[in-house]
Each structure stands twice: as C-alpha cells, then as structure tokens.
Design a protein around this ligand. Structure first.
Ligand SMILES: NC(=O)c1ccc[n+]([C@@H]2O[C@H](COP(=O)([O-])OP(=O)(O)OC[C@H]3O[C@@H](n4cnc5c(N)ncnc54)[C@H](O)[C@@H]3O)[C@@H](O)[C@H]2O)c1
Length: 113
C-alpha cells in the first residue's frame, strides 16, 4: 500500500489511461478523485473504486477552479498529486490539423488539464 493516506486526482479518468491510473492508485491505498468531462463515466468510475467524482471540463477555468477548490477546501489530506492524462485525438491528428478550432480543442486538455 504505497499510497495509503494520500489523495490522488486524476484528470480525464472516466475512461482509458486515466481510468487505469485511478484503479491502480486505489489498489495502492490512495483516495482517488475522478474528474472527467463525461459525467456518467466520471460517476461510474468513482462509484466502482469508492472514490470521489467531480465532473468538469478541465480546459475551462471554472473546471480547473473546481478541482482546486476540492483539494484546498474539501479534502483533508497530507499530500496530493495531480496527474493529467488529457484527452485523445479521437478523429486523428491529420483531421484535427485541418481545422484550427479542432486542433486547439485537441490540445487544450493536455495543456490545461
Ligand atoms: N491510448 C494510447 O495508446 C495513448 C498513447 C499515448 C498517449 N495517449 C494520450 O493519453 C491521453 C489519454 O488517452 P486515452 O486513450 O486514455 O483517451 P480516452 O479517450 O480513453 O480517455 C480520455 C478521457 O479524457 C476525458 N476528457 C476529454 N476532454 C476532457 C476535458 N476537457 N476535461 C475533462 N476530461 C476530458 C474524456 O471524456 C475521457 O474520459 C490522450 O492525451 C492521448 O493522446 C494515449
């Protein structure tokens, strides 16, 4: 139990790599905060691992603020760690590159998340 009494926030952990991180850190004893833009996925993973769910868009200031508020005021923890899996380029890099807004949207979670 390497992470007993630690709090770990994993952004984008409703699916994929972030979900795997959330499950692994839980197995190591951490209390995990699952954050994701997909509210249902966020709630599902949080429920399954016994964590805390916070649905938010991590590319928006209010989303980042919600995570910060939860950490500073809502959780009494000795330490915490924030990981940032971001989001996948679901339609492929070339397709996104052809559309400036799509390109920015693809990278925003990685930059701000
Ligand atoms: N899957 C791979 O093999 C692989 C390899 C290298 C790098 N990556 C990178 O790792 C990251 C995650 O990949 P994945 O395969 O786990 O993707 P995924 O799509 O399975 O999971 C990404 C999660 O991020 C969430 N998300 C997207 N935008 C968000 C936002 N604005 N705010 C909050 N949550 C948001 C999605 O809802 C989803 O649950 C991506 O940046 C991807 O490019 C993936």
């Amino acid at each position: 139990m390497k992470l007993q009494d630690k709090v770990v926030v994993v952004t984008g952990s409703g699916n994929g790599i972030g979900e795997a991180f959330a499950r692994r850190f839980t197995a190591e004893g951490a209390k995990v905060v699952v954050t994701d833009i997909e509210a249902e996925a966020c709630a599902r993973v949080a429920r399954e691992i016994g964590g805390v769910g916070l649905a938010c868009d991590i590319t928006r200031e209010d989303g980042v603020q919600a995570v910060a508020d939860l950490l500073v005021r809502g959780i009494d923890a000795e330490r915490f760690l924030i990981l940032s899996p971001g989001s996948a380029l679901l339609e492929g890099l070339a397709a996104k590159a052809a559309d400036y807004d799509g390109w920015i949207a693809s990278h925003a979670p990685v930059v701000s998340g």
